[in-house]
Design a protein around this ligand. Structure first.
Ligand code: 6LW
Length: 527
């Protein structure tokens, strides 16, 4: 009898500790190249932002599972100039570290002077201007040894490049040298160095950021190498038979962290396929437990792969309240710690602009978002069109707004879009021609630009885009109740596999006007 009671109690305890679990991705929507650091029991995570502004989304967590965006690291033009950034130029992979009470973030502006560091005492209240680092390549990392010396590593010339650095001035203190070429996968990149049990570990990504991506690791007794790869590399990849049919693919570009309870975790990028082998939401941030015994190599989630549903014990979970699905554009909707520039426009930190915006074209007034159109269209490859976007986070969704044109002139446009890049987006918008209003649907697919228009009366219109695995549908209504489907197109023409690139779909509100016409958006809803 006692045996049964013990067995039942064990089952109960196991069920309790497993009950926590979590769902991957932990940060959905385009959030690639995650890097994470800990300050006490607070965790901060950053991801790549490319040609979007502000740059480097900054997330905060108490448990590594639940994250809230508290702003951006780069929220002013003196930190992030993107005037001519092409689609998916700009900011590549960041690394965030906390050392001696100071936060350091190092990244690359591929459309400007390359690698740079910014620092902050408090990550919520403003980061310094850039300290430029004269090193070639991308994916920079900072590692502090126990003696206080700081080392830079990055990807350059088909291998991992390394030198000692002064992180406060950006000065190189030793001659750069190559320390590892990986295990033979293409694009060895994304290095992070850690020290554990007298070993220096060098974690990198290989295989390219598509289906063949993976994470490998090497170690050395000396920080400068020689580094010897782990026998069971890659320690994480979905490029194998065991993950055939797994919706998550392309796992790689990772960072490892020890939590405040001593447990080890890995954050990485991956993508969720839909409608066959396509992905639309870019590369998202995933979490996996790591077993890292003394003197041993780290093992990621037992088998080196990850699932959408992770039935593993976690830190005690402390979720954040969900952001309301509907943004009424009241100033009260602005979260507590928005990035400064977005807050000026009355928008929360989840909103982004394309390149450096003309901020006077964005205003929240009388419970509405007022967007003043620029001549630049969404197809523009260098200027900043009037656009604010929000990452698509779910394969199935509904996004909706209500818009009117204030004193519209011929050619004015205002609407909603699913936007992959300047050559790849589907839009539904209100437009004006010869004093009359129409609703238009546009499919921009490379050199193809197909537009269909249908006349409507004057006044406001409701616009809606719905997403599902195979299709986007574009809808409008003249009374906010009865929606008519005006457009339908395959998701796959906007996918990363079709379009290429490093970003994911942004759901955007936008306006275009040669005459500075203002469009009034009454709400934005994402379900
Ligand atoms: C990033 C590189 C990569 O710098 O893609 O997946 C590049 N890895 O490491 C852009 O995200």
């Amino acid at each position: 009898m006692k045996r049964y009671i013990t067995a039942a109690a064990t089952l109960f305890v196991t069920a309790l500790s497993f009950a926590q679990g979590y769902t991957n991705p932990i940060i959905p929507g385009f959030n690639p190249d995650p890097s994470v650091c800990r300050a006490g029991d607070d965790y901060y995570l950053v991801t790549s932002s490319f040609h979007y502004f502000p740059g480097v989304p900054l997330y905060h967590s108490k448990d590594l599972v639940n994250w809230e965006q508290i702003g951006h690291v780069l929220d002013r033009e003196s930190q992030l100039a993107l005037p001519d950034a092409r689609s998916w130029g700009g900011i590549y992979a960041p690394t965030i570290r906390h050392h001696n009470g100071r936060f350091y973030m190092i990244t690359t502006n591929t459309s400007s002077k390359g690698n740079f560091i910014v620092t902050a005492e408090d990550p919520r209240s403003g980061w310094s201007d850039p300290i430029w680092v004269d090193m070639p390549g991308i994916d920079p990392d900072l590692f502090w040894d126990e003696d206080g010396k700081c080392y830079y590593s990055g990807s350059g010339n088909d291998g991992i490049i390394f030198c000692e650095i002064n992180p406060d001035t950006g000065e190189k203190l030793t001659e750069p040298k190559m320390i590892w070429y990986g295990t033979g996968g293409r694009y060895p990149e994304a290095p992070h160095i850690y020290k554990k049990d007298g070993w220096y570990y060098l974690l990198i990504a290989e295989g390219g950021t598509e289906f063949g991506h993976g994470v490998t690791i090497a170690r050395s007794r000396n920080v400068g190498g020689p580094y010897i790869g782990a026998p069971h590399n890659p320690i994480l990849t979905h490029f194998k038979q065991a993950t055939q049919g797994n919706q998550i693919q392309g796992t790689g570009h990772a960072d490892i962290i020890q939590a405040h309870d001593g447990s080890w975790w890995l954050v990485c990028l991956g993508f969720r396929t839909q409608g066959g082998n396509h992905h639309l939401m870019g590369r998202e941030t995933f979490l996996a437990p790591v077993r890292w015994d003394k003197g041993a190599w780290p093992v990621v989630n037992g088998s080196g792969d990850i699932a959408l549903q992770m039935d593993v014990p976690t830190l005690p979970q402390k979720p954040f309240p969900k952001r309301p699905a509907r943004n009424e554009f009241e100033s009260a909707a602005v979260p507590a710690h928005p990035s400064a520039t977005m807050a000026a426009a009355g928008l929360g930190p989840e909103w982004s602009w394309i390149r450096n915006p003309e901020t006077d074209r964005y205003e929240v007034r009388d419970g509405a978002l007022m967007l003043t159109g620029t001549a630049a269209d969404l197809n523009e490859t260098s200027a900043s069109p009037t656009f604010v976007g929000f990452r698509q986070q779910d394969i199935d969704f509904t996004a909706e707004t209500c818009v009117s044109l204030q004193k519209g002139r011929s050619g004015d446009k205002a609407g909603i879009t699913v936007f992959m890049d300047s050559g790849s987006h589907y839009d539904i918008y209100l437009t004006r021609k010869g004093g009359k209003n129409s609703i238009a649907v546009r499919y921009a697919m490379g050199v193809l630009n197909h537009i269909e228009e249908t006349p409507v009366g004057s006044g406001k219109v409701w616009l809606r885009i719905t997403g599902e695995p195979e299709f986007y549908r574009l809808w409008y209504s003249t009374d906010g109740k009865d929606f008519k489907q005006l457009g339908l197109n395959h998701t796959r023409y906007l996918s990363s596999e079709t379009v290429a690139g490093f970003t994911g779909i942004m759901i955007g509100l936008w306006a275009q006007s040669e005459a500075r016409t203002t469009a009034r958006f009454e709400y934005f809803e994402y379900r």
